[in-house]
Design a protein around this ligand. Structure first.
Ligand code: FPP
Length: 231
C-alpha cells in the first residue's frame, strides 16, 4: 500500500559535506538535488501529500551565514522549480511561522502557493520556521480565545477542533515519517500529526537519499501492519 501522506526529516547535509572535507553549504546545495529527486519519485509513486522539514524553528540558532545560505537556496530553488511544480499539477503549501522568514522568501512562497492553489495531483508542503510544540501552543491560544468568546463550546471539544486550528488543517495525518542520517528523534516535527505514523529511519545522509532509498522506505511501509493501538 502506498502511504497517502509521507513526511521527511531531511538530515545529514552537514555531515555529508564534512565527510568530503567540504564546507557545510555544499551539503545543503546537494540536499536540494535530493529534494528534487524525492519530489519527482513521490509524485510518480502516487503519494498525495509530501511534507518536508526544510527549516525548524530551532534552526534559527545556527550561525547567520548558514541561515542566509539556506534561505537563498530556498528562494532560488522555488524560483527554478516553479514551472515544474505548476506543470505537474503540484500544489505548494507552507507550514510554520512563515512571517518570520526573509521577505524575499515569503513573497516567492506567496506567489507559488497562490498560482498552484487549484492543483490537485500532489500537495507539497514545506515546513519552514516550523516547530510542533509552537504549532500546538498557537492552536491552544486561538481555541482558548474562542472558548472565552463563546465561539466554541467546551462540551463540543474534540480532536477535530485541534486539527482545524493547526497549520496542517488541510492535510491528513502522517502515514509514514522518514528520517535520514541515522538519528532516532522526532525533533519537534508534526508531533500531533504523527501520533500513529509509521517511522522509518535510515543511516543514509540526506544528499545521498535518492529514488532507490525512498523506494526502500515505501517497501518497508507496505509490510507494516498498522494497528492504531488495537490488536
Ligand atoms: C539538515 O542537515 C538539513 C537542513 C537543516 C536543511 C534542509 C534544507 C535543504 C535540503 C535545502 C532546501 C530545501 C528545499 C525544500 C528546496 P544538517 O545541516 O542538520 O546536517 P547535520 O546534522 O549533518 O549537521
Amino acid at each position: 500500500m502506498i502511504p497517502k501522506h509521507v513526511a521527511i526529516i531531511m538530515d545529514g547535509n552537514g555531515r555529508w559535506a564534512k565527510d568530503k572535507g567540504l564546507p557545510r553549504e555544499y551539503g545543503h546545495q546537494n540536499g536540494v538535488n535530493s529534494v528534487k529527486s524525492i519530489v519527482e519519485e513521490a509524485y510518480k509513486s502516487g503519494i498525495q501529500y509530501l511534507t518536508l522539514y526544510a527549516f525548524s524553528i530551532e534552526n534559527w540558532d545556527r550561525p547567520s551565514d548558514e541561515i542566509n545560505i539556506l534561505m537563498s537556496l530556498l528562494v532560488s530553488t522555488l524560483r527554478d522549480e516553479f514551472d515544474e511544480i505548476f506543470d505537474n499539477d503540484i500544489k505548494l503549501n507552507a507550514i510554520g511561522e512563515i512571517k518570520s522568514l526573509p521577505k524575499e522568501l515569503v513573497s516567492e512562497l506567496d506567489f507559488i502557493i497562490n498560482k498552484t492553489r487549484k492543483n490537485t495531483k500532489m500537495t507539497l508542503t514545506l515546513a519552514l520556521s516550523y516547530g510542533g510544540k509552537q504549532e500546538i501552543f498557537n492552536a491552544i491560544k486561538i481555541i482558548s480565545n474562542k472558548v472565552k468568546n463563546n465561539l466554541i463550546e467546551l462540551n463540543n471539544f474534540d480532536d477535530s477542533i485541534i486539527n482545524s486550528h493547526l497549520y496542517t488543517k488541510n492535510l491528513p495525518d502522517v502515514d509514514l515519517l522518514i528520517r535520514t542520517s541515522g538519528e532516532m528523534r522526532i525533533s519537534n516535527f508534526l508531533i500531533w500529526q504523527s501520533a500513529y505514523s509509521e517511522f522509518y529511519s535510515t543511516s543514509v545522509l540526506w544528499p545521498d537519499f535518492d529514488e532507490v532509498e525512498i523506494k526502500k522506505a515505501l517497501s518497508s511501509y507496505s509490510n507494516r501492519h498498522r494497528r492504531y493501538g488495537t490488536i
